[in-house]
Design a protein around this ligand. Structure first.
Ligand code: ME8
Length: 651
């Protein structure tokens, strides 16, 4: 019998069209689901929409329609986008589905009856957009600790969940199961910031709006959207407190919940505690991925920098978008998406590396062997190295995918394809074709290339399935085994459908700019205003930032670090990559100072760095801190004295 694998995405709020950040999550989950299916697992892939709550009630009111009409419209758009990006889910749950609402009522009633939920009064700071209450200690300067927007004082009769009762069990579970929360840093954050300081009872109902699942027997309250939403993972499988259902019995506990970093707390604290209270097993893993930002900025409608998957698919095709999302997003840190980065990766990796390799090889096979796959002969020269690269790619994909390092897995396949391109340069098939003896060798060369492409295409099925199928169909083979030598000699190749045509960067940027101007007419005007403001500021000194307290001043952790190594970043005019020694830690930092310093001018010097800055990706590399510098036209690094002690704090 096949081993089961149950995987879920978070269910996005049905408050608007999902952007490429939300869509990245479904692409990522889809790649893992396809990979597991390919490796023989019985996969169940669940996704859906989160359709209750105040934000949705308000959005519907604004549009003059009922909340149900509103979520029906948005849900259709979500499904449309999921389909467009090729999400191969097995079930789509809506939290307005009647079976789900009934099951949630049952769960609530059971917890109330057994005393885990009790009725009380809540007074605290309320964040309207997040529909969350916060305590005095969680709120600073009247701002929501989750989203930073203003909170207001509010009081209401409400039901509470006794979270504290389960805190010790939860802590033990997290500590005993290091694979429960990934990446590891997120587990530490949960333990240190939330569990160890003491879990407070959670308010699990709202009475300030009505668009939600009503509390059974007390209908002026609706059940907190997170209890409702989290339960989707079990209700979708047929779970109710009275009957567990076939799917639930087969697939629960979930093998992995794939979610974004902002909702790790809900999934690793509230969700396990809810399951403990129900007496059900906990999910095996929660993987909290980073966010996809527009460059370094958070994507938001108000900033006019939101990207949608349907627009991107229009420009780059479904596999262009999937490839970017899967190969560019890091395992743990946030990633970035910009149009020029998309075009760059598309041209370099998809059009040049993959596309050229396949079209050149298929064309050579047609020219030299009338499209018939030749019989390979004796191994010579770089053959062994190419085969080793193929086997390495197979192992690399497994390692990457099993550890959720998806970008590394994709990268392994593209490394192998690069090796195969090099093999063409090394073996020069066009020279071999000129002599009788050469043509014997040519058979092996072409066979090895076709076979590397076959294995490469099989490995690419989880990531860019449409392209992988086009390639396999051109190779006319059903052999999808991951081994070298599986392609059948003697078969005739089919036609190769066009893969990736090179994109003219200037033309594409023009097209995108025109489309964006039509979609966000104000964005350009604002951009111009920003530019004018920046020019203005260049003439004057920058105004002083608002005054801060001494404690706030201590937040950036400035340290003395020694530059161990420094190199230019390929394909970047601005960036230098520095390896810094902090004494207690080594860091890689990217700095936009390439125009002002040669790498050798920095090696060995001591600099001042911000050591507690969140890591971020720049040009595909992680930067873990910032080197202090000043100046506009001539930037100067702030060096520490030669005898400054490495790792010392600067203040
Ligand atoms: O949180 N990059 O819904 P949501 C990557 N309804 N991922 C992102 C992202 C970005 N820029 N922006 C959002 C909710 N996400 C709840 C979930 S689950 C029981 C309930 C991710 O629409 C986000 O982290 O705000 C989350 O995992 C998913 O998209 C849906 O976000």
């Amino acid at each position: 019998m096949k081993e089961k694998f149950y995987i879920t995405t978070a269910i996005p709020y049905c408050s608007g069209k999902p952007h490429i950040g939300n869509t990245y999550e479904v692409i990522l989950t889809d790649a893992i689901a396809r990979y597991k299916r390919q490796r023989g697992y019985d996969v169940f892939f669940l996704t859906g929409t989160d359709e209750h709550g105040l934000k949705i009630e308000n959005a519907a009111k604004e549009k003059g329609i009922t909340p149900k009409q509103y979520v029906d419209e948005v849900c259709d758009r979500v499904k449309g986008i999921w389909k467009l990006v090729g999400a191969s889910y097995d079930k789509f749950i809506r939290t307005t589905d009647a079976y789900h609402e009934e099951a949630v009522k049952g769960i609530f009633k059971r917890l109330l009856d057994q005393g885990d939920i009790y009725k009380g009064e809540y007074e605290g700071w309320y964040c309207v957009p997040d529909e969350s209450f916060f305590t005095d200690t969680q709120v600073t300067d009247g701002k929501c600790p989750d989203c930073g927007r203003p909170v207001q004082r509010a009081k209401e009769e409400a039901y509470f969940f006794r979270m504290s009762k389960y805190a010790d069990r939860l802590l033990k579970h997290i500590e005993d199961n290091p694979e429960f929360i990934e990446p590891e840093a997120r587990a530490k954050e949960m333990i240190n910031n939330f569990i160890k300081p003491g879990l407070q009872d959670l308010c699990v109902t709202r009475s300030s709006f009505t668009w939600g699942v009503p509390v059974p027997g007390d209908e002026k309250h609706v059940i907190y959207v997170w209890i409702d939403a989290l339960s989707n993972y079990i209700t979708a499988m047929g779970y109710s407190v009275d009957e567990k259902g076939e799917l639930y019995s087969k697939y629960w506990p979930c093998d992995v919940h794939v979610i974004g970093k902002d909702i790790v707390r809900f999934h690793t604290i509230y969700w396990p505690i809810l399951l403990m209270a129900l007496g059900e097993p906990l999910p095996k893993k929660i993987y909290g991925h980073g966010w996809m930002n527009f460059g370094v900025d958070k994507m938001s409608k108000s900033r006019g920098n939101v990207m949608y998957a349907d627009d991107l698919v229009n420009y780059f095709g479904v596999d262009g978008v999937r490839y970017y999302a899967l190969s560019e997003m890091p395992y743990s840190a946030d990633g970035s998406i910009t149009y020029d980065a998309l075009i760059g990766k598309y041209n370099t990796d998809l059009a040049n590396n993959l596309g050229n390799l396949v079209s050149r090889t298929v064309a050579m096979n047609k020219k030299y062997f009338e499209g018939v796959v030749p019989q390979p002969g004796e191994e010579q020269g770089p053959d062994a190295e190419l085969k080793a690269a193929v086997l390495e790619a197979i192992a690399g994909v497994d390692k990457g995918m099993e550890g959720y390092h998806v970008a590394d897995a994709v990268g392994c396949v593209f490394d192998m394809l690069r090796r195969a391109n090099k093999y063409i340069d090394e073996t020069t098939p066009w020279v071999l074709a000129k002599t009788e003896e050469g043509r014997v060798r040519l058979k092996t060369v072409i066979y090895n290339l076709l076979e590397s492409i076959r294995v490469g295409a099989c490995l690419l099925i989880p990531f860019i399935p449409e392209t992988a199928e086009k390639i396999l169909s051109a190779l006319s083979t059903d052999n999808r085994r991951l081994e070298f030598g599986g392609l059948e000699s003697g078969i005739t190749l089919g036609e190769l459908a066009p893969l990736f045509a090179r994109i003219d960067e200037a033309k594409m940027m023009e097209r995108i700019a025109a489309d964006r101007e039509a979609a966000f007419p104000t964005a350009k005007a604002e951009e111009k205003q920003e530019e004018a403001k920046a020019e203005e500021e260049e003439k004057e000194y920058e105004a002083l930032a608002p005054q801060i307290t001494f404690d706030e001043f201590l937040k950036p952790d400035l340290r003395v670090a020694k530059v161990l190594d420094c190199v230019a970043v390929p394909k970047s005019k601005k960036l230098l990559k520095l390896q810094l020694d902090l004494g207690f830690d080594k860091r890689q930092v990217l700095s936009g100072i390439a125009k002002f310093y040669k790498p050798e001018e920095l090696i060995g010097r001591k600099v001042i760095m911000v050591a507690n800055l969140a890591p971020r990706m720049m040009n595909g590399e992680e930067s873990n801190g910032m080197v202090l510098a000043t100046g506009e036209k001539d930037v100067r690094v702030l060096f520490a004295a030669d005898d400054a002690v490495i790792g010392d704090r600067v203040c």
